[in-house]
Design a protein around this ligand. Structure first.
Ligand code: HSE
Length: 435
């Protein structure tokens, strides 16, 4: 059996998981790859911080990434540094040197994927990124290979474990946002900069990658409408429950009217829907294809071992090809397809909406709010008013039928200008709502 030598850039949570998987099941992996697997070099800026379950003294550690990138005996580089630079430069160097690259770096692929895929294509090597989206769920493989016979109609779901963990804790245990975030960080789910998780950017990065594969179009990540969970309150979670809904951070891409709508935002979904039951760090993605129909993928979307499992899926695939002299195919890398759909403007989407208007409890207020909604072609499906405030504003909670985003924004601006309305109205989009 030949040796396939692997270099690792970044020994953090996932990197340590990659090492642990090889050490604990080497014989099985080597038998499946048909070659011996050797971690030839591990580069990290911190050579001494203990990594649980990893014996650093037995690892070929270096603080110099060039030891990985310039070693001609290394044929696969695993990039687990995260972020844009120096990860981008390192990957480009590895590809230029004819090395295959496996990465979990969703931010990098979302911003510079087109450049990196093109470079891999030019150099005749593979760029694997199964671990970049939905942690341990083999979703990339499924979209790239398993659904190749389909035109994809929609891809949507929960793709950020940290936000889902926080929302689940807030909903089920009444725990504060900040406490739940600290727990997610301690469990190794959160990004180095957790604002990427809670402001929705991590979901947008993953959605950009999924859209590239599913719709064969490169959307600029800056153009994805992105809202995070930082403004979701216990109050709105409570009203959602009362109305029979749960709040989830959803990433949504749908083919509609000759375009593709791509958005990330907190969303109310019916409590009885399968997505509502997806709790904690779990991710779930629904895909509709025109031949296959509806599919649901479910599993751990973050964490050391699930993500390392996805890394090994790619590494083994590449190692097997190297061992059996099967060249990388340019066709396997993402590219824009003929007739790629343009991004649909956010204003054009249609949705049901949850609104919480903070209004003075005076005669006529409700009719003024309802009048504005009616004037903007928005019909109310459900309404709750709690308490009676003679001095303080009280929440008036409404669920609308399906309406156009453009109309909703115009209506909200007018509602918030009413003298009886005391604070900016909270709006949460609803999927699977009253139609
Ligand atoms: N921070 C990410 C999450 C890690 O919480 O889902 C996995 O990509």
């Amino acid at each position: 059996m030949m040796d396939v030598r692997i270099g690792l850039l970044g020994l953090g949570t996932v990197g340590a998981g990659v090492v642990k998987i090889l050490e604990s099941r080497r014989a099985m992996l080597e038998e499946r790859a048909g070659c011996r697997l050797a971690i030839a070099s591990v580069a990290d800026t911190d050579l001494t911080r203990p990594r649980e379950g990893v014996n650093l003294t037995t690892l070929p550690m270096t603080s110099d990434a060039a030891r990985v990138l310039d070693d001609p005996t290394i044929s696969i580089v695993i990039e687990l540094i995260g972020g844009i630079e120096p990860a981008r430069t390192f990957i480009l160097r590895a590809l230029a040197a004819g090395k295959h690259v496996v990465t979990a770096n969703k931010a990098l692929l979302a911003h510079h994927g087109a450049e990196l895929y093109e470079e891999a294509r030019r150099r005749g090597v593979t760029l694997g990124f199964e671990a970049a989206v939905a942690g341990g769920i083999p979703l990339i493989q499924a979209v790239k290979e398993g659904l190749v016979a389909n035109r994809i109609l929609s891809v949507f779901g929960i793709v950020n474990g940290t936000s889902n963990y926080i929302l689940s804790k807030m909903t089920d245990e009444g725990i504060d946002f900040s406490v739940a975030l600290e727990e997610a960080q301690a469990r190794g789910y959160a990004e180095a900069d957790p604002t990427l998780d809670v402001e929705g950017m991590d979901s947008a990065h993953k959605l950009q990658i999924l859209v590239t594969l599913a719709f064969r179009t490169f959307i600029d990540v800056k153009d994805i409408h992105t809202e995070g969970i930082t403004r979701v309150t216990q109050q709105d979670i409570g009203y959602a429950r009362e109305l029979g809904y749960r709040v989830k951070l959803l990433a949504i891409a749908k083919a509609s009217n000759g375009g593709v709508e791509v958005r990330v935002h907190p969303t109310m979904i019916p409590a009885a829907s399968p997505l509502a039951a997806v709790s904690g760090v779990f991710n779930a993605v629904f895909i509709a294809g025109d031949a296959v129909g509806d599919l649901m993928f479910y599993g751990r979307g973050a964490g050391q071992m699930p993500t390392a499992s996805a890394i090994w899926a790619d590494v083994l695939d590449v190692a097997r090809r190297i061992a059996h002299d099967v060249p990388a195919l340019a066709l396997e890398l993402p590219s824009a397809g003929p007739g790629a759909l343009p991004l649909a403007p956010m204003d054009a989407i249609r949705s049901c909406y949850y609104l919480r208007v903070m209004a003075q409890d005076r005669p006529g207020v409700l009719s003024r709010v309802a009048g504005i909604l009616g004037d903007n072609d928005i019909s109310i499906a459900n309404l709750i008013q709690k308490g009676r405030g003679t001095r303080e504003a009280v929440p008036v909670v409404m669920m609308t039928h399906e309406a156009r985003e453009h109309d909703m924004r115009r209506a909200l601006a007018a509602i918030d200008r009413l003298p009886d309305v005391a604070a900016a109205t909270t709006m949460i989009r609803v999927e699977g709502g009253p139609a």
